[in-house]
Design a protein around this ligand. Sequence first.
Ligand SMILES: Cc1cc2nc3c(=O)[nH]c(=O)nc-3n(C[C@H](O)[C@H](O)[C@H](O)COP(=O)(O)OP(=O)(O)OC[C@H]3O[C@@H](n4cnc5c(N)ncnc54)[C@H](O)[C@@H]3O)c2cc1C
Length: 310
Amino acid sequence: MTVETVQVPAYRTFPVQVSRLQRLSPSFLRVTFTGPELDDFASNGWDQRIKVMLPLPGRGLDDCPSGPDWYGDWRALPAERQMPIRTYTVRAARPEQHEVDVDFVLHGATGPASAWAESAAVGDEVVLVGPNARFAGPTGGFEWHPPVDASCLLIAGDETAVPAICMIVESLPAGQRARVLLEVPEAGDVLDVAAPAGVEVTWLPRSSGDGVPAARGARLAAAVIEAAAELADDLAPSPAVELEDVDIDSAILWEVPTEAAAPARSSGVYAWLAGEAAVVKGLRRHLVQELGVDRRSVAFMGYWREGRAS
Ligand SMILES: Cc1cc2nc3c(=O)[nH]c(=O)nc-3n(C[C@H](O)[C@H](O)[C@H](O)COP(=O)(O)OP(=O)(O)OC[C@H]3O[C@@H](n4cnc5c(N)ncnc54)[C@H](O)[C@@H]3O)c2cc1C
């Protein structure tokens, strides 16, 4: 008798359709997806990332892979039949209601995801690739790994990181000291976030309606540098290191402490920084090279590059 082992992947595909659209602000659109299989979507919280597979003009989702090796199957397709895939964050998951919310930044019809969101309508279909509740082990896909005894948290990002940061902030325990810095395109993009006592949230609009808007990342960088100076006593310094360069035009800047390393770190500040690659790269240089901050205490995620498609 042969026993077949059924492979249960940590991440799997979920065919879904748009069930609700909510324009949160000039730059943010909340898309609620529903699908019959979303009861198996693992609701991990924190900065849980997912992939969104978008319909290909003229072919829709006809070639969309659905097996356990969805990525291998997608890569095996001829280039003209590969549907665009982009990375997003789960803003809320309600598996019992078969629903997942994703907040899209609208940046014009310059990329397939933003273009899709700009014209999204109820009933539109996409495929999500997300954590599988049937997988026996940890499904991973999030980078929020602070040590339990962090004296203060420094959480900073641009508009693409707002959904992740809001999720993290809303999950923090009351009394946890945290500085949260969010740069958004304009004043109307300041969103409601339920921050527990002890968490100081600062929104940094690039444009306030009058005058010339600040350059992308300028307000965020200044605010992080100021916060780091104020937290200097808690920022666990380490011997100066020669920082290896990351070519952000050809590679993603993704330097994150691993889950296993987190509990071994001593108390102090734990920082999580995400957004446009050049901005995050500059902050990495400042914190690690100039201030000597221990890299094991900071997650640096420069995951999108102005002027370049993902
Ligand atoms: C872990 C992770 C989580 C993310 N979570 C979210 C999320 O929850 N919500 C969200 O909106 N984004 C999120 N992003 C960022 C998103 O994946 C990128 O913005 C992506 O490039 C959007 O794809 P696109 O098809 O719209 O544009 P692309 O085809 O990738 O790029 C086309 C052009 O648009 C520019 N561009 C891309 N993004 C922006 C932007 N935000 N503003 C201005 N110009 C831009 C590019 O530089 C390029 O010139 C996340 C990324 C990662 C890695």
